[in-house]
Design a protein around this ligand. Structure first.
Ligand code: G16
Length: 554
């Protein structure tokens, strides 16, 4: 098949100056390096849409938790999930290729991509969204050029959160409905209203302070207050400060300190005796963590101090969701399977707690990357997945939903109410991907259902094992290879030997060393009964990592 020379010529003009690899969250780099990558991704998204019968695929421009000068691009499958792994490899090949003609031709033969525009056939669309970074909107215009060059429809949603775009793509393809913010928020509102009827606590007096990381999540939170009846939402870091700088979910989870608040006047209006739930979104609002400050005089917390906080991260969201799901399922005496999916970063105490819940809860560990968790979660009737960093959701299979609908139609009383509540959870949890806005509504509803007003009741379910996290800058992070869901290092040899020996001589300690897929760092995580011992063991690992991978200066 011949491919329009104009396409070949344009794509050849847009050649990246360095090699890129499609990682855990698509392509990420300093924004100034990205225009060729984004243009070629526009071509690739169009090809993906042409390769399967669909209404649309998605393309999101964001670097999520990364600094404001970075940006990134990721493609969303027609079912709203992350890009298929085979297409991740095609993406890396196409972006780096000297000879894109060959790859575009391969796509015709191997993936049935028909590049020629036939005016009679209905062409799919590429749905595009972007975050609040300065570089995002200009990058989206390159996607527009690429998509239109291929002759596909281009639909831009402007500034949206990443999970909103996943949702729009999913519902457009699967439900055939007009994807928009209204129906996204209506589902949340409906779920909140139903669960509020069966809640054991009112919680209307509670103030909910949401650190929006100075990102696009603030706009979504404003919409949320407009569409739902959730009271007393106080948004801070609404855009006056720098994106993700000393604030946001990633910063809070990694540093366990109170965020710097760039607009403290919002928080000052909270009465000093009020009960407050604090939480943080990340830059594109796909992660959420809650936290409890050590100080309780909220009005004095503007965050310039190093005020420590206790973080209720993704593991706690999994635990909260699992408890409530089990409570309702026990009433229904169903055979529905429930899986809770974690990664090796999950605190061992949370894993033990989940295992102790017993049937029907099953616990699994998979590699980092929300796509791995999501795929594992879809194997269950109800799949609960969260990464410790706050990225996750609760998924309901069609089987689970139709079972619940039948119960609602055929029973009354407690059973009917339990089924209604579970169905409400399926309407709150984003069924495409982890979503901080939905999870805020989810957590607040679940706390009400449990009858808990303060976050301490939630926190007291179990005590985290002492743990330690470090980010190491090295010369070549890619030298590190792992196996067994990243729990064992296989290369470099020196590191794998040291880690094996340390683990054998300290069986109550556990370590994780892996190269980040989104930043130029190696991540180290460890946990065990004594923090001083843990720190000492981690230092030994750190030394070997730096020796094996090289320090940036050397
Ligand atoms: C992305 C991925 C997450 C992953 C995180 C950190 O999150 O979607 O699944 O946990 O990066 O990955 P890594 O440790 O490989 O850097 P986000 O919020 O940045 O899109």
């Amino acid at each position: 098949m011949t491919i329009d020379e104009n396409i070949i010529c344009k794509i050849q003009n847009w050649k990246p100056s360095q090699l890129f690899s499609y990682g855990t969250a698509g392509f990420r780099a300093r924004a100034n390096l990205l225009p060729p990558v984004v243009f070629r991704c526009g071509i690739l998204a169009a090809a993906r849409a042409l390769s399967v019968p669909c209404v649309c695929v998605g393309l999101m421009i964001t670097a999520s938790h990364n600094p404001s000068e970075d940006n990134g691009v990721k493609i969303i499958e027609p079912d709203g999930s992350m890009l298929d792994e085979k297409w991740e490899r095609i993406a890396s090949k196409l972006i780096n290729s000297e000879n894109p003609r060959e790859i575009l031709q391969e796509l015709c033969f191997e993936e049935n991509v028909c590049w020629t525009t036939d005016s009679k056939s209905i062409r799919p669309a590429v749905y595009v969204g972007y975050d609040s970074r300065e570089s995002s909107e200009p990058l989206s215009r390159l996607v527009e050029q690429a998509v239109k060059l291929i002759g596909l429809k281009y639909k831009c949603f402007g500034r949206v959160t990443t999970p909103q775009l996943h949702y729009f793509v999913k519902v457009a393809n699967e439900d055939g409905i007009q994807a928009n913010k209204e129906n996204y928020f209506q589902r949340l509102s409906m779920g909140w209203d139903i669960l509020s009827q069966y809640a054991f606590a009112d919680n209307s007096e509670i103030f909910r302070v949401v650190d929006c990381a100075n990102g696009v999540g603030h706009e979504a939170m404003q919409d949320l207050t407009h569409f739902t009846k959730i009271d007393n939402i106080v948004c801070v870091n609404t855009g006056n400060g720098e994106l993700n700088k000393h604030c946001g979910a990633d910063f809070i989870q990694k540093n366990t300190v109170f965020p710097i608040i760039s607009d403290p006047f919002h928080i000052k209006s909270i009465p000093s005796n009020a009960l407050v739930h604090f939480c943080s979104l990340d830059g594109d609002a796909d992660r959420l963590v809650y936290f409890i400050p050590e100080k309780t005089e909220y009005s004095s917390l503007s965050g310039s101090s190093n005020q420590r906080v206790r973080v209720l991260e993704g593991d706690r969201l999994s635990v909260l969701a699992a408890i409530v799901v089990k409570k309702f399922l026990d009433l229904l005496q169903s055979n529905l399977s429930v899986g809770v999916i974690q990664t090796a970063y999950a605190n061992g105490a949370s894993t033990q707690f989940l295992k102790d819940l017993g049937k029907p809860i099953q616990v699994e560990c998979v590699s980092t990357g929300v796509k791995h968790l999501e795929r594992a979660a879809r194997r269950y009737d109800i799949g609960i997945f969260w990464e410790a960093n706050g990225h996750g959701t609760i998924l309901f299979s069609e089987n689970a939903k139709s079972f619940l609908r039948k119960i609602i139609e055929s029973t009354t009383g407690q059973k009917k109410n339990a089924a209604l509540c579970l169905l409400a959870l399926s309407s709150i949890g984003n069924q495409a991907t982890g979503d901080a806005i939905c999870n805020f509504v989810l957590a607040e509803s679940l706390l009400k259902v449990m009858g808990w007003q303060d976050l301490v009741s939630w926190e007291s379910l179990y005590q985290d094992l002492p743990n330690c996290y470090k980010a190491l800058h090295v010369q070549n992070k890619e030298l590190i290879q792992t196996t067994d869901q990243e729990r064992k290092v296989t290369a470099p040899h020196s590191l794998s030997v040291v880690m094996k020996n340390l683990s054998e001589s300290n069986p109550s300690y556990r370590f994780l060393v892996r190269p980040s897929g989104t930043e130029n760092i190696v991540r180290l995580y460890g946990e065990g009964p004594s923090l001083p011992t843990l720190k000492c063991l981690m230092e030994q690992i750190e030394t070997v990592v730096l020796q094996a991978c090289g320090t940036p200066e050397s």
